[in-house]
Design a protein around this ligand. Structure first.
Ligand code: IPD
Ligand code: CA
Ligand code: CA
Length: 313
């Protein structure tokens, strides 16, 4: 697991664990309708068998996360706080995903954020999973978090699913077939990255390092020029969704340092299949595990990399 989920600093930046968090409790979240029946129902795009397996696994894991998110709202006012509880929610979601994915494709390997569940598999295929991306948001009762599942074949990401359970937004992509978004309010739509060309009009997503992480100075060097040259910078708190937002044209670009393969594996395929580009800050094509990531559109690539250049050294 990345970071401390125990409720102590630095991860959630909450008060000391023996004091109640000063926050008025809310009623448990009404998780509303669960998706039921075949996920193909609302889709216009043709999904392969493997994408269907991934979507079904994501929906299954989302049930537990939605229940647990409702609980976190209550735990905010308890003396123990939600830290340990969230660690368990995270682990439980990963178990559901691993069991479902490996049941459907028994020979495949598995890499999840909870390292203890790593499985080498056939050496060709590997599931790369973040069961809960946006843990700090989750911990603070902020509904912006997601499940991210990618399939790697022979070292290349070939399928990706990102599901935002509370907003019920399902993003998926398959190599060569495009990237799609399905929501409760619309039919499946094919994703295209934004067509904006003027950086002054552009909204750029990012992830900033927090207590216990390195690269603070480097990050500030990268942030200053982007702030000054664009319509705004957003730090939403879930890298998988940041990339999905680039694919959907909501963000015109995104950058962050020190992300892990499970944070970005599904999202980078979404961006590429939506016509975008994924690099590192030096302008080299992004490879899983690289020290930095920049996702943007072909038109903005040069301009955004120029802004980030002070952090490329
Ligand atoms: C985190 C989120 C966040 C990013 C962090 C990641 P987690 O993943 O994606 O946006 O800035 O670096 O670790 O820990 O919530 O799965
Ligand atoms: Ca996570
Ligand atoms: Ca993550």
């Amino acid at each position: 697991m990345s970071g401390d989920r125990s409720g102590g600093a630095p991860r959630g930046a909450r008060g000391s664990s023996d004091k109640p968090v000063a926050r008025v409790g809310r009623a448990p979240l009404n998780t509303g309708r669960e998706r039921s029946g075949p996920p193909e129902r609302r889709s216009l795009a043709t999904r392969s068998a493997v994408i269907t397996v991934m979507i079904r696994a994501a929906f299954e894991a989302a049930k537990g996360l939605k229940r647990d998110f409702g609980e976190v709202e209550n735990l905010q006012v308890s003396t123990k706080g939600p830290g340990d509880f969230v660690s368990r929610a995270d682990l439980q979601a990963q178990r559901v995903l691993r069991d479902r994915l490996l049941l459907a494709r028994p020979g495949f390997g598995f890499l999840g954020e909870e390292g203890s569940q790593t499985i080498p598999g056939d050496g060709r295929h590997r599931w790369i999973v973040d069961p809960l991306d946006g843990t700090t948001n989750f911990l603070h009762g902020i509904p912006h978090f997601a499940i991210s599942i990618a399939l790697e074949r022979d070292g290349e990401i070939v399928a990706g699913v990102i599901y935002s359970p509370i907003f019920d937004e399902l993003y998926w992509a398959e190599k060569g077939s495009g990237a799609f978004l399905e929501t409760a309010y619309a039919r499946s739509r094919r994703l295209r990255v934004s067509g904006r060309r003027d950086l002054l009009q552009c909204l750029i997503g990012t992830g900033s390092p927090f207590a216990g992480k390195s690269d603070h100075e480097r990050y500030v060097r990268s942030l200053r020029p982007v702030m000054a040259a664009t319509a705004g910078v957003r730090r939403m708190g879930a890298a998988s969704l940041d990339l999905a937002f680039v694919a959907a044209g909501r963000f015109d670009g995104f950058w962050e340092f020190s992300l892990q393969p499970w944070d970005v594996a599904a999202g980078l395929l979404l961006v590429r299949e939506a016509g975008g580009i994924v690099l590192d800050v030096t302008g080299a094509p992004y490879a899983l595990g690289a020290a930095s990531i920049v996702a943007t559109t072909p038109d903005l690539q040069e301009g955004l990399l120029a802004l980030l250049a002070p952090a490329a050294k």
